[in-house]
Design a protein around this ligand. Structure first.
Ligand code: C5P
Length: 212
């Protein structure tokens, strides 16, 4: 079974995808980490993230980098949304994601284009959203817990800038797949969001005609 979980930054998609992977005992890939690794490599090589050739040169990153906690910081997220808009960067990362999705037994992947590009035939697709203010509040709390002093307004502005870049790009923009189920986590706890996600996946599986 392939489960695709898409949505904007801090919508809760990562937490939901991890919980679904545990629930169904499937391997999970956070595809945002791949773009974050490209962004961090661009930065370390002192390349220009807005130049496609520079960003492509950073796609051969060392896989050990994927475990580096600094990939999760806000600056790397912003840079990731710049490098991820280059079609050749997306092309360089697509096979790895498709291979993961199509492994025997299935997988859970979360990102922006899983249901539309990486796994268009996924058994269940979720699109997770929440208002920008609520996402900024969550991200602000999380950053402060890790010692950041960024203001709420700056976090909200960053979220809006990233949304605009991710939704406005011409290749694989952040859009809800027509056959995805919408999950708005704005006023749901983590536990309630996960319960709802499992219920939506169960619904999808029941509705899907049996293969063969
Ligand atoms: O999900 P996360 O916030 O870690 O993603 C970082 C950035 O990587 C996103 O803002 C987006 O630009 C890019 N991304 C993408 N496609 C994906 C996953 C992430 O373009 N499937």
């Amino acid at each position: 079974m392939i489960i695709a979980v898409d949505g904007p930054a801090a919508s809760g998609k990562g937490t939901i995808a991890r919980a679904l992977a545990r629930h169904y005992q499937l391997p999970h890939l956070d595809t945002g980490l791949l773009y974050r690794a490209v962004a961090a490599t661009v930065q370390r090589m002192e390349l220009d993230p807005s130049k496609e050739a520079d960003a492509v040169a950073a796609c051969g990153f060392d896989d050990l980098l994927l475990a580096d906690p600094s990939l999760r910081d806000d600056e790397t997220g912003q840079l990731a949304s710049i490098v991820s808009a280059h079609p050749l960067v997306r092309a360089a990362l697509i096979h790895r994601q498709k291979r993961f999705a199509n492994q025997p037994g299935g997988a859970v992947l979360d990102g922006r284009d899983i249901g539309t590009v990486i796994a268009p035939k996924a058994d269940a697709k979720l699109f997770v959203k929440a208002t920008p203010q609520i996402r900024a509040r969550r991200r602000h709390t999380e950053l402060h817990a890790h010692g950041s002093t960024l203001s709420f307004d700056k976090v909200l502005a960053d979220i809006r800038a990233r949304d605009a870049r991710d939704s406005g790009r011409s290749t694989a923009p952040l859009v809800m797949a027509p056959d995805a189920a919408l999950l708005d986590t704005s006023f749901l706890s983590i536990e309630a969001s996960v319960q709802r996600a499992v219920a939506l996946v169960e619904d999808r599986i029941r509705q899907k005609p049996a293969a063969g």
